[in-house]
Structures are given as structure tokens and as C-alpha cells.
Design a protein around this ligand. Sequence first.
Ligand code: F6P
Length: 534
Amino acid sequence: MNDIWKRLAEHHRQQGDLRIEDLFAADPGRATGFATSADGLVFDWSKTAIDATARDLLLQLAAPVAARRDAMFAGQRINETEDRAVLHTALRNLDGSVTVDGKDVMPQVRETHQHMRDFAARVRSGAFSGQGGRFTDVVNIGIGGSDLGPAMATRALSPWHDGPRVHFVSNVDGADIADALKGLDPATTLVIVASKTFTTIETMTNAATARDWMAGSVTTPATQFAALSSAQGKTAQWGIDADRVFGFEDWVGGRYSMWGPIGLSLMIAIGPDAFDEFLAGGLAMDRHFRSAPDGQNLPVLLALVGLWHNQVCGYGTRAVLPYDNRLARLPAYLQQLEMESNGKRVAMDGSDLTLPSGPVIWGEPGTNGQHAFYQLIHQGTQVIPCEFMLAARGHESDLAHHHLLLAANCLAQSEALMRGRSLDEARGLMRAKGLEGAELERQARHRVFPGNRPSTTLVFPELTPFVLGQIVALYEHRVFVEGVILGINSFDQWGVELGKELALQVAPLLDGVASPGHDPSTEHLAALIRELRG
Ligand code: F6P
């Protein structure tokens, strides 16, 4: 642990019982001084215990970020455990130029982007249709990064959705594909198989099921399939014509891939121009990240606040609370982005990490969460930093009164978390209800809110394709900054491999075929399932 971490830990210890409210009392400029903006996005981090000393120390942690950031944008192989460059940013910088191993990668990126645009336009106009006519439905089959991004964004941008209906199938649980295909006409359905590797067992199983389903009524199902993959040999083996295959390079990580071919379902839903607006938002955030000084740099500040809460204060989880129903899938998307990227226990150089890795990310949109789990956030024994998000304007201008209530709830929650309610205030409430003596004391204690619970708020003008692009890129870079400061590789995911391997070995057990090497509990559970299955 370097000296800055030690000083941060010591500072946090010295803060003792400090209340966030006292920081506002001591610094009349705090509300604006700890709110930072970039191209219309405002990140308010004033309702945290980060004071000027903590801020200055945290900013020192960011010293290694600039060099690593520049190496990433320059196409260097910063994903060292997979020996790959990290260039998802190239997918949204179509006029840019970047070389990997001396080769300019942009002509290929532009060509693929144009291919996507043409294909999406033809699907939307009906120029490319199914055996039964114009496509009414598109089914995207993919999992993890080949599902969460486009599924989240398609929902987020539903007001722009003027193409065919789009459905997402990810789970190998047959219930997922059965429910998705129910009521669809195979003759007017386009199936997109989204898999970087084209080997993921869930996706390939679902794709085969979709092909069988289609074969029942369409003479050549493969003509109604498209593929999004880096493994073009495998897509050809699967019988998908190269015309409908959209490739990308190994320097696009799965959870960072929605900007390119993996975003095709989104592009078909909202149209190529709106999709390009989404890319433009991502590019605007890239430019901000590359040029703003650390103290004004949104990704850097989000990362530093995260490190303060998790690594310094020891708060093990972070709640993502978008006050925007269309961002309902954002917490799930961020779970993969953040936890698959930074959930590591070994540093880039192979040594053990001496600090905790990333926190558990979870959440739900407000106000729904308020009626479910906020009780624990307000009165539970653990501190959960909350990340609120809110559009200043709702999309439904005729329902502005709804949006006002939504916004009021969002602000009220962060205020309540910080302020709390003291025992004296609670006693006053009970007295007003006519209680006294021991019963007043007992009831009052249940109504105390400790307060002093940290939160941040991200405010944006309205949830548009551009703004969504800004938000997604903001989080991508935040993860990157945290990874650099912790010294880990945010771009591999070795931790998902063991379970995948064992699943292949457990499958025979469930069929009653001997499969040696399993522990007694797994053997017992498999036997139980076989017995219950009959
Ligand atoms: O299992 C994890 C993972 O490899 C993710 O990183 C990835 O997004 C997902 O599986 C899907 O992979 P693919 O696109 O190759 O099917």
C-alpha cells in the first residue's frame, strides 16, 4: 500500500464522527465546488465526506492515469494478460485514426459501421425481408456483453424506437427463448446471433433452438439469421452468409462492445442516425476524459469517489439508483461492466492486491426501490453509498407533473440520507402523537435515522441517445480509472472460466453418466435432481 492510501486511511480515521452536513456549514461554496460538469452532465459529489484534504489526496492517486489513458487511446496492448489493445473508443470515433501494430484500423471500422447502417436501413424499410414479408420482429440472442448493453440501451431509448420490435434472449433456461418466441411469426422474424467468440454455450444453444423453431415454417432459416462476431470462420460454419455477418476485432472487449456490431439490434430499433447520436455522446465523453484536468474530469472524479467509499471507508457495496424507469437495466449493465472488469484479486504484475477490489454493484430505478430496499439504506447497520441519476426533463412533456414528483423524490432521498432524523426530533414526533414516558422513548428510537449516509447525484438534461452515450462512456472510463489506480487489468475476465468448464463436466452427471472428480455435495444434488425429475 503506498503512502497516499495510508494517509487517506488516517484521514478517514481522524474524521471520526464528522457529519457531512458540517462540511457544508464550514464551506459555503461546497454545493457548487463539489459539483463538476461536462457537456451538460453534472456530477454532484458534495453529499459525501470527502473534504478538501481527502480530495487532494485522492487526486494524487490519479497520477498514473494519464499515461495509461493515452496508451489505451493510442492502441497499445494494455490488456496485458490477453495481450490485446483496448480500443472500443475507436468504434465511436469514426473520423479518427488509430493504429494497432502499425496498421490503421479505422478503414475497417468505418466499413463495418457503414455495413451496419445499410443493413439496418434495409431491415427497417423492408428492402430486406423475411419469407413472410417485412420483418416485424428482431430477436437478439447473446449473453453478458452481447446482451446487456443493447438490451439496456434499447429500453432506455424507447421513445426513439420506430423500427421492428426487438427482443433479447440471453439465458440458457429454455423459459427465456420460449417466452420470447411465443406469438412471433417465424416468417417475419430476424434472428441476430451476437457472440464475440461464437462458442458461448448459452448463445449457441439458444441459436440452435431458434433455427429449429424457424425451420418449422421457413424453408431456408439461415437467410433470416445475422451474426455479430469476431469468429467469422465459425459464423460461416453455422451457415450464415458473409453479407449478414458483422465482425469486430479482439481489441473490443465483450462488455465494451455495444458501440459496434453488438449494437446492431439497437441500431435497427432506433435507426442509424439516432445510433450515431449515441456514438457522438460517447465520443464527447472520450474527449472530455482525454482533455479535462483531473479535478474537473468526470470519469476521474467518479472513480475517486468510488475508491474513497470502497477502498478507504470500507463500504462494500454501491447502489445505482436511476430515477428514470427507462434506465431499469442500467444497474445490471453496470454490474457486468464494473464487477467483471474490476473484480480481481491479483494486480497486473501478478502480485496479490493489497486493497479490496471493486464493490458489489446493485440497484433499481427510483421510486420503486424506495418501496422495497431503501429501509435498509436509511436505517440498516451498514453504510451503502448511493449513486442517484436524474434527468432534469422527462420525455413525456404532457406528464410533467409526474416528472416533478420523480425529481422531488430523488432529491428528497439524498437529503434524507445525509440529514437523518435525531432522537430529539423523533421524540418530538411521538410527543405530538400523545405518547409519553418509556413508550415514547421506545417508539422514538425506531424513528431515528442516523443520516450522514453518502450519496452522489448525476444530473442530465434529458435521456437522449447522445446523453446515454455520454453516460455509458463515463462509466466505462470510471472503471478504467479505478483499474489503473488499483493496478489491475480491467479488460480480462478469467474468473468466469472455471464455472463454465465445470458445467460441461456436471452435465453428464445430470444424465446419470459417470463423471469423476466431483465433490460429494455436487454428486448428491445431481442425484436428487435426477430423482425428482423422474
Ligand atoms: O462469460 C463472460 C463472457 O465472456 C463475457 O465477458 C462476455 O460478454 C460474454 O461471456 C459473452 O461472450 P460472447 O460474446 O463471446 O458470447
